[in-house]
Ligand binder design. Structure first.
Ligand code: ADP
Ligand code: ASP
Ligand code: MG
Length: 408
């Protein structure tokens, strides 16, 4: 008998028929003699709808109010699923994030899990019940409701699996695994049977929304084996995300991710002296805005330009801060571009093989795609380009690295 955590995303619980289908998957697992803890997302489209509702009341919503409203989506699906199971004769109980003991920091709309008190979940498991927990939400020390950022139910699931020392964490979604690129963009993309935590971390960080990045961080830190699998083909093995092994470096590029969810801000004609970058990025950090790429040009005439990217959600706030700092430091202007995309090529094989960067640049040049920014890590190359070239760039790079053919 094992303790299994199963997470079902929004599409998987998108209507009543699907909720009943999910209940059957859980029932089958339970009948094999396993203990089951389930994490659910809100029904498909519900979180977007709730966010729009809050924004329709006020264009710059109070973040506490936002979380208060948006966290309700998960309660509906958890209650419906628990009801479906109870109705089928499988004893189940639904719990909110706070009833399940999920404690977070105070960063509304993107809170981090600090700790989980699993006593209530364990009590219900001991009673023989399936425990259904709302994903995406938690509670601060002061008793405030928080949410964990878009896609945060993945993180709820992995964090609960780690806290319970579960044998396995299965992420059920609308694709049957992690692919070499988003299958909605590249029809030739292939399913990856096994991927390392590091590669998955880079892909998730680069915009592959199949897993939220923090869920992979948790899994990697605590070595929790994760499986991404399809709700609609529940017996398919999906993709296993696990520790890197020797065979993995043989593959040069494991996958390609794209992200249209960032904006670029450029502070123009910044005086080139120590402390200026610190001032700008400290202010952004103090306001909980994470900066992704940063590029500073070589100074001419004692002035330089600093460009950086932030999530589109944070762009208004970041622009305000950048304009304020620009004025204080005597910079000339701030330019904002929302129509950008980041394309990232990822693989642990890059550690031991040269030439990936040049192939990326050459391929994009062949198709007339201009590169605005470049950043690299040991196992990733990212470029920022014009948003209108996103799909083309992903497809031509997928082909250039023969990801449709390669055996893994
Ligand atoms: P859920 O609601 O189950 O959490 P998401 O929509 O968050 O599902 O994530 C699944 C989606 O992620 C897929 O439908 C797919 O379009 C997208 N995706 C992006 N990159 C990849 C990838 N490399 N492999 C698989 N799916 C991907
Ligand atoms: N419902 C939340 C969202 O849409 C969390 C999740 O689905 O993981 O982002
Ligand atoms: Mg998701």
């Amino acid at each position: 008998m094992a303790l299994i955590v199963q997470k079902f995303g929004g599409t998987s619980v998108g209507n009543i028929e699907r909720i009943k289908h999910v209940a059957n998957i859980i029932k089958e697992t339970k009948e094999k003699g396993h203990d089951v803890v389930v994490i659910v997302s809100a029904m498909a489209g519900e979180t977007d709808r709730l966010i729009d509702l809050v924004k329709s009341v006020c264009t710059e919503p109070n973040e506490r109010d936002m979380d208060f409203v948006v966290s309700t989506g998960e309660m509906v699906s958890a209650g419906l699923l628990s009801n479906a199971l109870n109705c089928m004769g499988v004893p189940a109980i639904s719990l909110t994030g706070w009833q399940a003991g999920i404690k977070t920091d105070r960063a509304f709309t993107k809170a981090r899990i600090l700790d989980i008190d699993t006593s209530r979940i364990k009590k219900h498991l001991n009673e023989g019940k399936v425990v259904i927990v709302t994903g995406f939400q938690g509670l601060t020390e002061e008793g405030e409701i928080t949410t964990l950022g878009r896609g945060g139910s993945d993180t709820s699931a992995v964090a609960i699996a780690v806290a319970l020392n579960a044998d396995r964490c299965d992420i059920f979604t609308d694709v049957d695994g992690v692919y070499t690129a988003d299958p909605r963009v590249v029809p030739e993309a292939r399913k990856i049977p096994v991927i390392s935590y590091e590669e998955m971390l880079e892909l998730a960080g680069a915009g592959s929304k199949v897993l939220q990045i923090r869920s992979v961080e948790f899994a990697m830190k605590y070595n929790m084996p994760l499986r991404v699998r399809s709700t609609f083909k529940p017996h398919d093995e999906g993709t296993l995300v696990k520790e890197e092994d020797d065979t993995m470096e043989k593959v040069l590029v494991r996958g390609i991710a794209h992200n249209k969810n960032e904006s670029r801000l450029t502070v123009v004609k910044v005086p080139d002296r120590p402390g200026i970058a610190a001032k700008l990025f400290e202010e952004l950090g103090n306001n909980n805005i994470s900066v992704d790429m940063i590029v500073q040009n070589v100074a001419t005439d004692g002035y330089t330009d600093i460009s950086f990217t932030v999530e589109k959600n944070d762009a208004d706030k970041a622009e305000k801060i950048a304009r304020k700092v620009a004025q204080e430091i005597g910079a000339k202007d701030v330019i904002r571009d929302d129509k950008i995309a980041k394309i990232s090529v990822v693989g642990v094989g890059m550690r031991s093989h040269a030439g990936v960067a040049s192939k990326v640049f050459k391929t994009l040049a062949q198709y007339g795609i201009n590169i605005y920014m470049i950043s690299t890590s040991e196992i990733k190359i990212s470029v920022v380009i014009d948003e209108k070239f996103t799909e083309l760039a992903v497809r031509v790079l997928h082909e250039a690295f023969e990801l449709d053919k390669q055996g893994i």
